[in-house]
Design a protein around this ligand. Structure first.
Ligand code: TPP
Ligand code: MG
Length: 803
């Protein structure tokens, strides 16, 4: 055991003792919460529990150097840190375990995430930023192991940007870039690619990031020998260690039960990261997991007696206690009294949380039951309804589900009866569902005044003598204007910096705005995305560039699990207004012609997905989004950069509205709906169809998520009575989504005289080359013939069989 650190001269020995005792109390409080938490799950009060037991003492040391403005990006073992920095009380801990839907009761997620997923509030109720430099911050956790890593990179890089880029208003976000982003990860989760990708990227970027690996030798039941080469993550990362000649990491290793060594280690890590902006990895070894992994099982199944005995002896809190006694900080008796009192406090907090959770539901149940009972009195089915009342009355600790189920079932027995008590029950139930549903469903998108839907359209304007230019110049000049007008914007991606992206939409902008704002980065899509999320969470306006849409699959998990859920999982208390820029559709070959929109739109609900047909529309989307506080994906047309478009005179100012379609050709026979590069082919086919007397209306969706908010497409279908959706995704992909929106959401079925159709690509990936494309994706001939076929069915005389 390390000897006790000498207290610095400006605090008394008593202060020093008090601080340690206070730490010990926090560790014990956390432990007792874990122990009681497990019991709450096993007795059925909570659904699932995953706790911080065994990882308490390192977090005490970490909390000492966690300063205002700092950010955490960690995982479910970090409850002790959250308690130490004053962001998690006993009652809040249990409220989270029960799934309390009030954000005041469960500030972590208002019951949306299971307990053990932590976060702080970056936003006021109206969605505006709080001053993050005046509080300790935690980004909201997600469950996929190592999913916290990409975001951590961006949280750290924000400090670098704030320290080095001039002209940004840093007031709410940074004090000279002094903030550290602190990450935690379990030893087994370091096996994930996201961990290694983040480690490498942070080494390259040299950002103030400190990663702690909580090493308990296991990942659930799987031992380190199956997880990590040499069973030792700091050993195998040694090549990242900085030296005299090369930048890199500081790698530290410390025993997780050694309080003083931990304090020293964290102080050292803090200094290096905060002052030098050098990333640090702390490998915290010899940790334990006293209750096993989670409430799903017991660790006696996979740990042998020797290991279990060792874990008992080297439990970090037991070791801390021994050390305190040995160093005369307290006697065993004093510590036992403390422990007893803490047990009591935890029981009191737990009870308060349970009562606060249950009481509103009991009240709601009482209201529902009394209305059911009143209706039963009048009903011919009173016997059956009384059974429902008896059943729910037996449930002492009901959920809202029980209340709603009872009311709904009772109403079935009242079908065909008509009296005021029934109406009262119906009205109450409808109002009740309307009231409680948002507790589980609100905040998928921003509800602030900066919602992208509130940004008004500004049309591009043109001078009289406007020239047609290569469309990439519109994108480039618009980005120039953006970087000029918004100092907090930055863009980064593969080849985005020096050459100004593969299609030169950023040509010359690195020279103008510097290497931090227009940056080349490694080939690492997931952490490009995470970098953007983290920076956006700290008030910057990053544009993360994914070189090609095909390769977004590497980033899609982070988009789906982290970015898309952020507002929702914090009930509007955190946001990351990240713009993801990519280019896709319609090139030739299996991996260079991506248009996998059905997959994407179904995975990223919570992010706007925009598919502009040309660069003017695309540029307008960037301008719109920079006025909003929402994340979005913009897919530029890969084959559109060299096409000619008119250069607008109001570059940087025109705005393409979100969720609004555009009719690009009017017609009367059939409505053709498409988007992106395919739209040009549809326009071509529509021209050719005129030659055989078919007048198609062509509509550009522009925005897949959200979709046609004004329901304009159905107005067209009401006119033409026929509908075809065309895209180059697989059958049943985005075309099926669009069809469903028009036919079902917009009630298009009412207006259809012909079967609505979709025309998509083949189910396989497109083969290489021009012929590969032709035989894989819809061509103008395919569209022509498919439309002709519809008209042939309607009127075979005028449109005889084509082939
Ligand atoms: C991507 C992913 N795969 C699997 C899981 C299920 N899972 C949850 S925790 C865990 C083990 C993690 O072990 P470790 O990283 O060592 O953390 P510890 O729980 O031991 O602290 C697994 C496999 C998950 N949450 N995410
Ligand atoms: Mg582990």
């Amino acid at each position: 055991m390390t000897t006790m650190t000498k207290p610095s001269s400006d605090i008394t020995f008593q202060d020093f003792k008090d601080e340690i005792l206070n730490d010990y109390k926090t560790a014990l409080t956390s432990r007792e919460c874990s122990l009681l938490g497990r019991r709450e799950v096993l007795t059925g009060k909570a659904k699932f529990g995953i706790f911080g037991d065994g990882k308490e003492v390192p977090q005490l040391a970490w909390a000492k150097v966690f300063k205002n403005g700092d950010f955490r990006s960690g995982y479910y073992r970090d409850q002790t840190l959250m308690m130490s920095i004053g962001k998690l009380s006993i009652q809040q801990f249990f409220a989270g375990l029960y799934g309390h839907t009030s954000i005041e009761a469960d500030p972590m997620s208002a019951g949306r995430q299971m307990g053990g997923h932590f976060g702080t509030h970056s936003l006021y109720e109206d969605g505006d930023w709080k001053n993050l430099t005046k509080q300790k911050n935690s980004s909201a956790d997600i469950s996929p192991t190592a999913g916290q890593m990409p975001r951590l990179l961006g949280l750290a890089q924000a400090s670098k940007i704030y320290r080095n880029v001039k002209g940004i208003d840093t007031t709410k976000f940074s004090v000279e870039g002094n903030e550290i982003a602190w990450g935690t990860i379990g030893n087994a989760s370091t096996s994930e690619g996201l961990f290694f990708e983040t480690i490498n990227a942070a080494g390259v970027l040299q950002v103030p990031m400190v990663i702690s690996v909580w090493d308990d030798e296991y990942g659930i039941s799987v031992h380190a020998r199956h997880q990590t080469t040499k069973e030792n993550i700091s050993e195998i990362l040694k090549g990242f260690q900085r030296d005299k000649n090369n930048k890199g990491y500081e790698i530290l290793k410390v025993k997780g039960w050694d309080y003083t060594a931990l304090v020293e280690t964290y102080q050292k890590a803090e200094r290096i990261a905060r002052e030098e902006h050098v990333p640090v990895l702390i490998h915290v070894i010899e940790l334990t997991q006293p209750q096993g992994h989670s409430t799903s099982g017991s660790h006696e199944r996979y740990k042998n007696k020797e290991r279990l005995d060792w874990e008992k002896e080297y439990d970090c809190i037991s070791q801390m206690k021994l050390w305190m006694i040995a160093n005369n900080i307290a006697t065993e008796e004093e510590l036992d009294v403390i422990h007893k009192n803490i047990k009591k406090d935890v029981r009191i907090g737990k009870k308060a949380a349970w009562n606060a959770f249950l009481q509103p539901i009991l009240d709601e149940k009482a209201q529902g039951v009394s209305l059911i009972a009143a209706a039963a009195q009048k009903s011919a089915n009173r016997v059956f309804i009384t059974k429902i009342i008896n059943d729910i009355s037996d449930i002492q600790e009901p959920g809202r589900k029980d209340v709603v189920v009872a009311c709904r079932k009772a109403l079935r027995y009242l079908i065909g009866e008509d009296f005021s008590e029934k109406t009262a029950l119906q009205n109450w139930l409808n109002a009740y569902i309307k009231e409680v549903q948002p507790k589980y469903s609100s905040h998928l998108h921003s509800t602030s005044k900066w919602s992208a839907l509130n940004v008004k359209e500004v049309k591009p304007t043109y001078n009289k003598d406007t020239e047609l230019v290569d469309a990439r110049l519109i994108i480039r000049d618009n980005f120039d204007s953006i970087f000029n007008n918004y100092p907090e914007t930055l863009i980064f991606g593969e080849d985005s910096g020096n050459i100004g992206d593969v299609n030169q939409g950023l040509e010359g902008l690195q020279d103008k705005y510097g290497e931090l704002r227009v940056a080349d980065v490694g080939i690492r899509e997931a952490t490009i995305l995470g970098q953007g999320i983290g920076m956006a969470m700290r008030g910057l306006r990053p544009i993360a560039e994914i070189q090609y849409l095909d390769y977004i699959l590497y980033a899609l998990q982070i988009m789906s699990d982290d970015l898309a859920t952020l507002q929702y999982r914090t009930k509007g208390k955190q946001k990351a207004p990240l713009i993801i820029r990519t280019r896709g559709h319609r090139l030739e070959g299996i991996w260079h012609s991506g248009s996998q929109l059905g997959g994407i739109i179904n995975l990223v609900r919570g992010i706007h997905v925009l598919v502009p047909r040309n660069m003017t529309k695309a540029a307008g989307f960037y301008n719109t989004l920079l006025e909003s506080d929402e994340p979005a994906l913009i897919i530029e047309c890969l084959n559109g950069y060299r096409l000619k478009e008119k250069m607008p005179s109001n570059i940087g100012e025109f705005k393409t509205p979100i969720g609004v379609v555009e009719t690009v050709k009017e017609g009367s026979d059939i409505t053709l709906v498409s988007y992106g590069s395919t739209l040009r082919i549809v326009e071509q086919a529509a021209k050719e169809l005129i030659e055989v007397g078919i007048n198609a209306e062509v509509i550009d969706v522009q925005s897949l998520l959200p979709f046609d908010l004004n329901h304009d497409i159905v107005k067209s279908v009401a006119k033409t009575n026929r509908l075809m959706v065309i895209d180059e995704d697989v059958p049943g992909g985005a075309s099926a989504y669009i069809l469903n929106e028009i036919v079902n959401t917009q009630n298009g079925f009412e207006h259809l005289d012909s079967q609505p159709k979709t025309l998509s690509a083949k189910p396989h990936r497109p083969a290489y080359g021009t012929d590969g494309d032709y035989f894989s994706k819809p061509s103008s001939e395919d569209i022509f013939e498919a439309v002709y076929e519809v008209m042939h069915e309607v009127n075979p005389e005028d449109f005889p069989k084509l082939r």
